[in-house]
Design a binder for this molecule. Structure first.
Ligand code: SF4
Length: 208
């Protein structure tokens, strides 16, 4: 996987209190193929919209913010810019910031894709795009990028937004099918470990 130095963004929110616990710098990427009815950000769906930013400049802006307790990567669909989002997440982790990533995909599908990429080394070296054999189910996701983004994510909020399951009572997510997954614990144990929100005050995962 060749790191990218740019990312296409729908926008940012440097002082979000709704995209995960605490005060967070939220980054909304541009482009999403899920097309969930009732999407909260329909303008973020076209892949060619938004604006291209240099990742090093965005990382410097977040570092200079100084107040953010964590970074949230949302969208749009972060895993459809997985290589770029992984690079941003890796840099945020290096600054000591926890990373929440939102996705319309399910963890199991992303992990399976990432595992296949790791097993086959299935990335086209000439174009840094996933080889066809490694992308049977998620054609818009770079497998090695998916692995890198999962590896740099503390909490994954997964699954599409389902209007029939929508509730304002759910912390950090729009519909009850979506899960808050403690990614390091899940990758270590090999089973889904949910992040413990403790309802009114979220506790940190042990990995933070
Ligand atoms: S995954 Fe998110 S951004 Fe994409 S269509 Fe669904 S709600 Fe909208």
């Amino acid at each position: 996987m060749t790191p990218l130095d740019t990312i296409r963004l729908y926008g940012t929110a440097p002082d979000s209190i709704v995209d995960g616990p605490g005060l967070r710098f939220a980054v909304f990427v541009q482009g999403c193929t899920h097309g969930c009815p009732g999407c909260h950000n329909p303008d973020s769906q076209p892949a060619c919209g938004g604006a291209v930013r240099r990742i090093d400049e965005l990382a410097a802006e977040i570092e200079a913010n100084g107040l953010a307790q964590g970074v949230t990567i949302s969208g749009g669909e972060p895993f459809e810019q997985a290589v770029a989002c992984a690079e941003l997440a890796r840099r945020m982790r290096a600054l000591g910031l926890n990373v929440w990533t939102y996705t319309g995909y399910r963890y199991e599908d992303l992990a399976a894709l990432a595992n296949r990429a790791a097993a086959t080394g299935a990335v086209c070296a000439a174009h840094d795009t996933p080889a066809a054999s490694a992308r049977p189910s998620l054609p818009s996701v770079d497998p090695s990028g998916a692995e890198a983004l999962l590896a740099a994510t503390d909490v994954l909020v997964d699954g599409p937004f389902v209007q029939a399951l929508h509730s304002f009572e759910l912390p950090w997510r729009g519909s009850s099918n979506q899960r808050l997954i403690d990614v390091p614990a899940t990758r270590t144990s090999g089973r889904i470990v949910l992040w413990d929100t403790h309802e009114d005050f979220p506790e940190k995962p042990a990995s933070w």
